[in-house]
Design a protein around this ligand. Structure first.
Ligand code: ZN
Length: 348
């Protein structure tokens, strides 16, 4: 492991879809293709997402979530026990109203959801690969519960389903399995009482790396308005990181660049790999490599280089494709600058 490349870059997960597959610039965008053409279109979009990451210089590659309409419901629509016909309006992450499906019976997974996606991703790249799944707490916060006793019980039902999925993805060659838990930044008490248990159940027994992504959301208006209410210093992580530090989760993906998160909070994640958000997904301005390098240098005060993975703050699905590509290039170039500095320093 001594000669392992330091500061390997990765992205939080999603990338914008080609405009022939889904209308750009929106969440829950509808598919523009149907049937066999849709299946073929999704596979082609994955290939493009992989090529874009490789050409940009990203080290640990994802499928850009090209086969799902949304990072949560894109998984749920493959499960039984959930009614997608009668959507109800619900406030999610205490922030914005969304039309969400309802749990109307025991949730089960009739068949593996992402096995074919993982096989395709594995076949398309020689890079290490990361696969993203929604975390149990965030799932529970994205649907109406009309069947289970309470949110913890429902979260545990999803956690067991996710664990089976994750174990299959690992067998098929995933190097990292990441659970997306933006809800961890909203329900801090519940993270302690049941959120972390559900997350650990989802990741139980994995021999590949497990990761959790905790963020302040996509760069959409509701999130940007919410961020304005959080004050000058965002201390949500201060409550969740010590809980995660004690857990079996290997990696934490978090928001840094342009956020109001005090950098020293990363120090609470001792012993964990830290995926440092060095790219702001709420802005269409492409960062310079120097800006990325500066964020990485600041993070290096609190996390050793061996454990630091430069990353994006969140998914980039709502951004224009060329901006997302530019941001990935900047991320890789910024990491290369600091990697060079470290190599020089270590050669001395
Ligand atoms: Zn995110």
């Amino acid at each position: 492991m001594k000669n392992r490349k330091l500061l390997q870059t990765t992205i939080a997960g999603s990338l914008p879809k080609p405009s022939w597959l889904a209308p750009p610039g929106q969440l829950w965008a509808p598919w523009l293709l149907e049937g066999k053409r849709l299946e073929e279109g999704k596979r082609d979009a994955v290939r493009l997402a992989v090529r874009d990451q490789e050409h940009a210089g990203i080290d640990i590659v994802c499928d850009g979530e090209q086969t799902r309409r949304h990072f949560v419901t894109g998984y749920l629509e493959h499960l039984d026990g959930i009614d997608f016909e009668h959507l109800v309006t619900m406030r999610i992450r205490r922030r914005y109203d969304a039309k969400v499906p309802q749990v109307v019976g025991r949730v089960t997974r009739p068949r593996p959801v992402h096995s074919d996606d993982l096989r395709l991703l594995r076949a398309e790249t020689d890079h290490p690969i990361k696969f993203t799944l929604p975390g149990p707490m965030t799932i529970v916060d994205t649907l109406q519960n009309a069947y289970y006793k309470d949110r913890p019980q429902l979260a545990m039902a999803f956690a067991k389903i996710l664990n089976r999925e994750a174990r299959e993805l690992e067998k098929l060659g995933a190097d990292v399995i990441q659970f997306d838990e933006p809800a961890f930044n909203v329900y801090m008490d519940e993270v302690r009482t049941w959120g972390i248990d559900a997350l650990e159940t989802a990741a139980e027994g994995l021999k590949c790396k497990s990761a959790v992504h905790i963020c302040y959301g996509y760069g959409i208006k509701a999130n940007n308005d919410w961020k304005k209410t959080l004050g000058a210093r965002w201390r949500q992580y201060e409550e969740t990181f010590p809980v995660i530090a004690k857990s079996g989760i290997d990696q934490v993906s978090l928001e840094c660049h342009h956020s109001h998160v005090p950098m020293e909070l990363i120090g609470l994640l001792k012993g964990k790999d830290v995926l440092v958000g060095a790219i702001d997904v709420a802005s269409q301005k492409i960062e310079t490599p120097a800006e990325v390098a500066s964020t990485i240098r600041k993070a290096l005060k609190y996390v050793p280089a061996e454990r630091l993975y430069p990353c994006t703050n969140c998914g980039m699905v709502p951004l224009p494709r060329e901006i997302a590509l530019g941001k990935m290039r900047a991320l890789a170039a910024g990491a290369a600058i600091v990697r060079g500095e470290l190599a020089k320093r270590r050669a001395r």
